[in-house]
Design a protein around this ligand. Structure first.
Ligand SMILES: Cc1ncc(COP(=O)(O)O)c(C=O)c1O
Length: 399
C-alpha cells in the first residue's frame, strides 16, 4: 500500500506529463516473452463462440470449420494450402512428396530450429549444413552453392524470426533443385522487390510449410500446421501422404502418415486470422520503438530488415557481444524481463545430428549462437513495456 502511495504521489508531482501512472507502476511488473491470454482477451467471446460451435457440431475431425479456414488461407496466400497436424509434419510430408529418402542430401541452415533438420534424418536422408548471414540470420546462397553435390535433392530455406530468406539468390544456385520454404516463423511476410514482389512467404518454393504453434505469428491453442504449394501434382501428392497415402477413402497408393489440422484448432485459427493484420501492425510499431530506443546502445547490433522483404517480427532478436550476452540475459531476468536464446547451439553440433554432413564453413551459425538474444515482442504489449526493457538494457551497459 505504501509503495502505491509513493508512486501515486510521484504521479501527482507532474510525472504524469512524461509517463503515466501505469508506466511508473509497470517498472515493478514482469514482462514475459509473450502473454497469450492477454493477446486473446480482446476477442475472447469470438473464440468461445467458435470453439462452442465445434463442440456442439459433433464434427471433431475435418468438417466445415477446417475447410473454411483452409479456404481463407488459400485466398490470403493466393496459393492452395491445406492443414496438417503441426509444422514438423508439414516439413516431413513436403520432403516425402519430393521423394526424399536414403542416399539423398538435403541442404539446411545450421542455425535454425531442430524440426527443419530432424525430418531429413527421419526419412533416412542426410542433412548438409549451410551457413547463414549474420545480418538477416537467413541462408547464405554462396554457402549453399558450395555445399551442393550430385546427391542434393532439396534445399530447406528457413525464413527465420519473421523475414524472408533471399529466394531469388537461392533460386540461382539451386537451378532445378526444389526449395522447401520453412515458413513456421514468417507467415504473412511478403516480398517487396524483385521477381517475387507481392508474393507471400511460403508461396514461391516447391512447398511452403506453416506451423500454428501457439506463439507463432498465427498461433493456435495447441498444435497445427499447413502445407502450401502452387504445383498441383506436388500439392495432391502431399495431401494424399498426409491422409495415410490415400487418394480416395480406403485406396492407399503409398505409405503415408496421419496428420490433420484439428477442428477445434481450425476454429480458433479462423478467429485469430481475422485479427491477424492488426497484430502485424502492432508488432511493427513495437519493433520500430525498439530500434529508436536502442539505436544509441553501441554494444548491440539491432535486427536489419532486408530490402526485399517485409518483417512480421516473430522475434525481435538483437546481437550482443558473446562476453555480455549471458550476463545481460541474467540481468534482465533479475529485473523481471524475460528473454530467450533462439538458438544456443548450431544443429551441426548436436549429438542427434552427428552423422550429417558439414561440407562448408558454418562459422556465422556458431558465433550467432553465442550472440543472439530475443526480446519480448507481443502484440498486446504497451509501448511502455518496450521502454522499460530498453531502459533496463541501457542500465546494464551504464548508458
Ligand atoms: C523454423 C521452424 N520450423 C519448424 C517448426 C516446427 O513447428 P511445430 O512445432 O508446429 O512442429 C518450428 C517450431 O518451432 C520452427 O520454428
Amino acid at each position: 500500500m505504501g509503495v502505491f502511495f509513493i508512486l501515486y504521489f510521484l504521479y501527482r508531482l507532474d510525472l504524469g506529463k512524461i509517463c503515466t501512472l501505469r508506466q511508473i507502476m509497470s517498472i515493478h511488473k514482469t514482462i514475459p516473452m509473450i502473454d497469450l491470454p492477454r493477446v486473446h482477451s480482446t476477442y475472447k467471446e469470438e473464440l468461445d463462440e467458435s470453439i462452442g460451435f465445434v463442440v456442439n457440431s459433433g464434427t471433431y475431425i475435418g468438417g466445415s470449420v477446417v475447410e473454411e479456414f483452409q479456404a481463407s488461407l488459400t485466398d490470403y496466400l493466393g496459393t492452395p494450402t491445406f492443414g496438417v497436424g503441426n509444422g514438423t509434419d508439414a516439413l516431413q510430408i513436403a520432403l516425402m512428396a519430393l521423394g526424399i529418402g536414403p542416399g539423398d542430401e538435403v541442404i539446411v541452415p545450421a542455425f535454425t530450429y531442430a524440426s527443419s533438420a530432424e525430418v531429413i534424418g527421419l526419412l533416412g536422408a542426410t542433412a548438409v549444413w549451410c551457413d547463414v548471414h549474420t545480418s538477416s540470420f537467413n541462408l547464405d546462397a554462396e554457402s549453399v552453392k558450395l555445399a551442393l553435390s550430385e546427391n542434393t535433392k532439396a534445399i530447406i530455406a528457413v525464413h527465420l524470426y519473421g523475414q524472408l530468406a533471399d529466394l531469388e539468390a537461392l533460386d540461382q544456385v539451386a537451378g532445378s533443385i526444389p526449395i522447401v520454404e520453412d515458413t513456421a516463423q514468417a507467415f504473412g511476410a511478403k516480398f517487396t522487390q524483385g521477381k517475387y514482389k507481392g508474393k507471400y512467404a511460403g508461396t514461391v518454393g516447391a512447398f511452403g510449410t506453416l506451423s500454428f504453434f501457439p506463439t507463432k505469428p498465427l498461433g493456435a491453442m495447441g498444435d497445427g500446421g499447413a502445407i502450401i504449394s502452387s504445383n498441383s501434382v506436388l500439392h495432391d501428392s502431399a495431401l494424399n501422404i498426409s491422409r495415410h497415402g490415400q487418394s480416395k477413402k480406403y485406396i492407399h497408393e503409398e505409405i503415408g502418415v496421419n496428420s490433420r489440422l484439428d477442428s477445434i484448432q481450425a476454429a480458433i485459427l479462423g478467429v485469430k486470422f481475422k485479427h491477424f493484420l492488426p497484430t502485424l501492425e502492432r508488432k511493427k510499431r513495437l519493433a520500430e520503438l525498439y530500434h529508436l530506443e536502442l539505436i544509441e546502445v553501441h554494444q548491440l547490433k539491432l535486427p536489419a530488415v532486408e530490402h526485399y522483404s517485409t518483417h512480421v517480427w516473430h522475434q525481435f532478436t538483437i546481437r550482443v557481444d558473446s562476453n555480455h550476452r549471458n550476463f545481460l540475459k541474467k540481468y534482465l531476468a533479475e529485473k523481471g524481463v524475460s528473454t530467450m536464446v533462439y538458438y544456443p547451439f548450431a544443429l551441426s553440433d548436436q549429438e542427434a545430428y552427428a552423422s550429417m554432413i558439414e561440407r562448408v564453413p558454418i562459422s556465422n551459425s556458431r558465433s550467432l549462437c553465442n550472440e543472439v538474444l530475443s526480446l519480448p515482442i507481443d502484440p498486446s504489449m504497451d509501448d511502455a513495456d518496450v521502454r522499460i526493457i530498453c531502459n533496463t538494457i541501457k542500465q546494464y551497459f551504464a548508458i
